[in-house]
Design a protein around this ligand. Sequence first.
Ligand SMILES: Nc1ncnc2c1ncn2[C@@H]1O[C@H](COP(=O)(O)OP(=O)(O)O)[C@@H](O)[C@H]1O
Ligand SMILES: [Mg+2]
Length: 313
Amino acid sequence: MDAICVENLRVIFHTGKETINAVDDVSFSLRKGEILGIAGESGSGKSTIAAAIMGLVHPEEGHIYFNGRDLTVLRENEMREIRGQHIALINQEFSSALNPFRKIAPQMRDAISAHRKTSRKEAEKHAEKMLGIAGLESPRTILEAYPHQLSGGMKQRVMIAIALSQGADILIADEATASLDVTIQAQIIEVLKNLNRTMGTSIIFISHNLDALETIAGRIMIMYSGRIAEIAGSRELFTSPMHPYTEALIAASPKPFCVPSPIPGRMERNAGTFSSCLFAARCPERTKRCLHERPPVFRKGERYISCWERCDE
Ligand SMILES: Nc1ncnc2c1ncn2[C@@H]1O[C@H](COP(=O)(O)OP(=O)(O)O)[C@@H](O)[C@H]1O
Ligand SMILES: [Mg+2]
């Protein structure tokens, strides 16, 4: 069963003189109860996918199915309901998402009562419980605090608790731990894994940090310049990467005791306008075909890969 199914998604940004194909013909699904990781260099379209699912940007083409409904055709008020009750986004902006002049308690109460009728007391009890689930040790103290009295990691947990208290069954974490220090990052990842295990929350975990993804994701989708390079089970991806870009990305990822080998060249930032493999310019295995023909996303059992050389039989 899919929690979310994305089909042929294309998102284009028009800025002054430029047209940016941020997401180009991307299809994938988030299965119910899984943690799907999305990785890729900065600018590869990860946040745009998240924004499209949240209804914050309007795709040029494609469909996003949730419980049989196509989210891309919903009106803003219908989408607002989905955002509040079913799909929540947590990102790096957790500090600005909280009102600095109000204590956590009323902010959480508002979030809870926006979608369902509850007494003040019930709402606070619920908030307390969710803060506990988000790994905060003394929820009462947190409820009575102002945001500035909390650390970054605590604020991020409050954001997770708010998402949960609204009943979100799908969580999208977009670089949600990126600004936190390593130990706190690991703790937040544990909280998310716990949620997934105990409450069955389906999670999309977006990160440019492969190590973080390896510890949390069951499957990983690798994005390159707005397109899918590869989708594979986390274990399979790291033990036997199929796409040359995945291989390069793993080799380039920082390791505590080894010098990483950076990928030569730069990522083209404008997919869609190229009828080639976008990685071809940087790929050690490119052939003529790669430069002239866009590879489709091939299916290999449970894996998906977009590469002529590694897939064509
Ligand atoms: N609001 C926007 N307006 C114009 N271009 C954008 C906007 N948001 C993202 N982009 C562009 O779309 C591409 C994908 O960006 P993004 O989805 O943020 O990538 P990632 O999250 O992987 O770093 C980039 O080239 C980026 O510059
Ligand atoms: Mg991003």
